[in-house]
Structure formats: C-alpha cells, structure tokens
Design a protein around this ligand. Structure first.
Ligand SMILES: [Zn+2]
Length: 443
C-alpha cells in the first residue's frame, strides 16, 4: 500500500497494521462510529494478513483467498412479524430453516423471507411464531433475523420445535456431533437431493452439460427418466422426445406446458456424449462427495490417479495427502462405503467416463533422486514458487506433506518460513534445506 502510494496511486489514508485480533476489533469499533464523518459512504473494512509468506501459507480456496476477509458494518434494521418457518432440503441433504415474514420494506426492497441458518440459531434467538423480529441485510442478499422484540411477545407463545423428519421424504433427520446442520440421510431417495446432485453433476465447472440446464433436469426427473447421474448415459432419443412438464405459477398465473422437441433432444444427447471427455479431476468433483470441492478433487485425482485407487484408500492414506484432513477423509471413505454410490460409479465407468487421470495431467517424471523422501515446503523462495518446488519434488519421486512430523525427511525453508515448522523440524531432527541445497540435490 505504501509503495503504491509512492507511485502516485490513491490509497486509503485510514489503513492500519494491527498486531493482535483485539487491535483489529478496536479498529472496527472505532470506524463503526467514525465512518459517518468520512466524505464518502463505506459499508465495511477489509482485513488482510500482512506477511506475504503467511499469505502463501494460507493460500486460496477455489473461490477466494484465505488471508483476506471483508467485515461489514451493522446494517439498517426493521421490525416485522414472523408468520411461519419452512425448511429447505439442499443437494447434500442439509436442512436450512427459512423464516416467512410479514412483507416489509428494507434498504429499497420488499423482504418476505429471512435465513435462519440452523437449529442453534433458532434456539439462540428463542424464536416463536407470531414474534415481532428485527431483520437486517448484511453482506448477503438474503436478510437475516437479528433479535426479537420481546415487548410485543404474546404470553401464550411457545418456542419453535425444530423438525425431526425430512419435509420432502419423511426420513428421520441426523445431526453429527459438532455440526451445526441437520441432514436428511436418505441420499439416494430424497427428491431434492437426487435433483440437486444431478444439477451439480451437469454444472459448468463439473461435467458442463449446459443443454440440460433451465429446468430440464426437473422434466427428466419428474418423468422418471433419471434417478442418478449415471442414468443420464442411458437416455436416448425415444426416451426423451415429447417429454412434458406442467408448470403452475405460484401467483396463480397461466398454467404452462413445456415439452421436449427434436432440436433440444438432440442438443441434450450431444451434450451428454461430449461430457465423456471431461477429465478425471472434474468427474471426481462432479460426483458430489461431501466436502470434496474443486481444489480437493484435483488434489485427490493427482495423488490417487484413478477412482479404483481412491475407492480403496483408508482414512490414514487419505490424510497423508496434502491439505486433506480428517473430515474430508471420513467423507470420502463413507461415500465409497455406500453400495448405491459404487453402483453409480460402476455405471459411469461402463458409460465411458474418464475415471483415471489422463497421461497429460500426470506431471512428467524427471528422476528417482528423491524416491522415498518426504518434504515440507515453507516460506518464500527466490528462483521458484512454492507450487513449482512441490511439483519438482514429486517429479523427482519425492512426497509432499503440509506439516512437519516424524515422517518428514526434509524441511525446505525459504525466507519467512513458518517459525513453528522450523522449531518442530529442529526438535525432530529433520534436516532443514535451503533452496540452493535443494537445487543441488536434484541436479
Ligand atoms: Zn429427505
């Protein structure tokens, strides 16, 4: 920021380096009031990790950096009546409670619904049907309930009892220890979960079958043509032509009928056929294992190289992969322990999908010089990026780890390497390498 300022860029005069989280909070508190004195409007503060080495350590999720976050100041708030609570079932079976509100104006729009996140949130707010609640819009588009106006509460009101069974299929809900959300465990029989899984499967970053977008999954599902992603590959012209769906608008408008005609049927079939060339890492993301997003799918694909190897992996073997923790490992093992899932994988394989890493995706082997050696890479280097170094380690037969352990052979440390990693390496007698020494090793 200072350099940018020297170069003549306009930067905020009000940024500050904070040495502790308390300093961050007092900065936020100060500006929550003082912002009204500024010559411009502002809705929040961006908090970033200052050290480049730590930024690199934290890295990115598929969507955003892990070293920066936006804090939003308290938003405008209005009071309205809570009419009822409905429950939505997501693609993964997660239940989201939604508050239905008496319509009210807030920040330029009419608000009728608000998210309630989970059962804990409802209990924490001690919500009761008929309560007058305060609603506000934060950073999200969907407003939320922040508190209850107790002065308007009726004496006869009773706390909301959270549902025990799935509103879509009637199955008893489950909630794992330490988790906020309730889940419907009926993954292979619960309609929104089946539809959601297929919609995720065909989405752009997964199998990218866009000819099936815009409600077509719905038509196919309701006409009992598809129950799983694998069923897509069993469709043909005759099973699709003239399929229909009746749409009755919620507001009582005209009833519409959609029917699949020759052109869209051809498009759908072409799109499905084309998806057979989608590479393994994206297929792995597409099959929708809980907690396996794009980045994790890529890591797993590179490490295990085929669905067969991944299927056999134990929790211990999965955790050895960089950035794969207990929660993801458990979820992968659970997924492949389910007969229905194995059946789907089998059918996808039979349909000709890419369930092995293609030759071009496997980094070329350069030597076996680092065979059997395990590395941890930390810090900033002058000739290589950290990702390059990790790739080189693998190309020379070595393995990468995210944390120093008794199994680590070398800590490859650059400038600003993590102090705790250095300390642990010294304690465990792990050899600490410089970038230069490493280059010598693979020469
Ligand atoms: Zn269900």
């Amino acid at each position: 920021m200072q350099k940018a300022k020297e170069w003549g860029f306009k930067i905020s005069e009000h940024s500050k380096i904070c040495k502790s989280i308390d300093q961050v909070f007092s900065f936020l508190e100060k500006w929550n009031v003082k912002r009204h004195e500024l010559a411009f409007d502002t809705d929040g503060v961006v908090i970033k990790v200052n050290s480049y080495a730590q930024q690199e350590d934290l890295g990115y999720t598929a969507k955003s950096p892990r070293w920066a976050i936006a804090y939003k100041f308290k938003a405008e708030s209005v009071s309205t009546e809570l009419i009822s609570i409905s429950y939505q079932v997501g693609r993964t079976g997660a239940i989201t409670p939604v508050a239905n509100l008496s319509p009210v104006q807030l920040a330029g729009t009419t608000v009728k619904r608000a998210t309630l996140h989970n059962a804990d949130q409802i209990a924490k707010l001690d919500l009761r049907i008929g309560d007058h609640v305060f609603v506000e819009k934060g950073g999200e588009i969907i407003p939320k309930i922040t508190s209850v106006d107790l002065s308007k509460r009726s004496d006869s009101s009773k706390p909301v009892v959270y549902i025990h069974t799935c509103p879509e299929c009637g199955t008893h809900l489950k909630r794992s220890e330490g988790e906020a959300l309730h889940y419907c465990p009926n993954t292979s029989g619960c309609p929104p979960q089946i539809k959601g899984r297929i919609e995720h499967f065909i989405s752009r970053r997964a199998m990218n079958i866009d000819s099936l977008g815009e409600g077509k999954v719905e038509i196919l599902f309701e006409n009992e043509r598809i129950k799983s992603p694998a069923d897509l590959y069993k469709l043909n012209y005759h099973s699709l032509i003239k399929l229909e769906k009746i749409i009755e608008p919620e507001d009582g408008g005209k009833v519409k009928k959609i029917s699949l005609q020759d052109k869209s049927v051809q498009k759908i079939l072409n799109g499905i056929e084309a998806s057979k060339t989608v590479p393994f890492e994206r297929v792995l993301y597409a099959i929708g294992i809980r907690f396996v997003g794009e980045t994790v799918a890529k890591k797993l694909a590179l490490h295990f190289k085929s669905i067969d190897a991944l299927k056999k992996a134990s929790v211990e073997e999965l955790i050895e992969v960089e950035e794969i923790g207990e929660r993801i490992a458990q979820s992968v093992v659970e997924f492949f322990g389910d007969k229905v899932n194995l059946r789907i994988i089998h059918d996808l394989e039979a349909a000709g999908l890419q369930l092995k890493l293609s030759e071009s995706s496997i980094p070329k082997t350069l030597s076996a010089k680092l065979e059997g050696q395990t590395f941890v890479v930390s810090g900033v280097f002058s000739n290589f990026s950290r990702e390059d170094l990790k790739m080189l380690i693998e190309q020379h037969g070595g393995k990468n780890q995210s944390g120093v352990s008794a199994k680590t052979n070398f800590l490859l440390a650059g400038d600003e390497a993590g102090p705790s990693k250095l300390e642990k390496a010294k304690k465990l007698n792990v050899r600490i390498l410089s970038e230069k020494e490493f280059e010598e090793m693979i020469k």
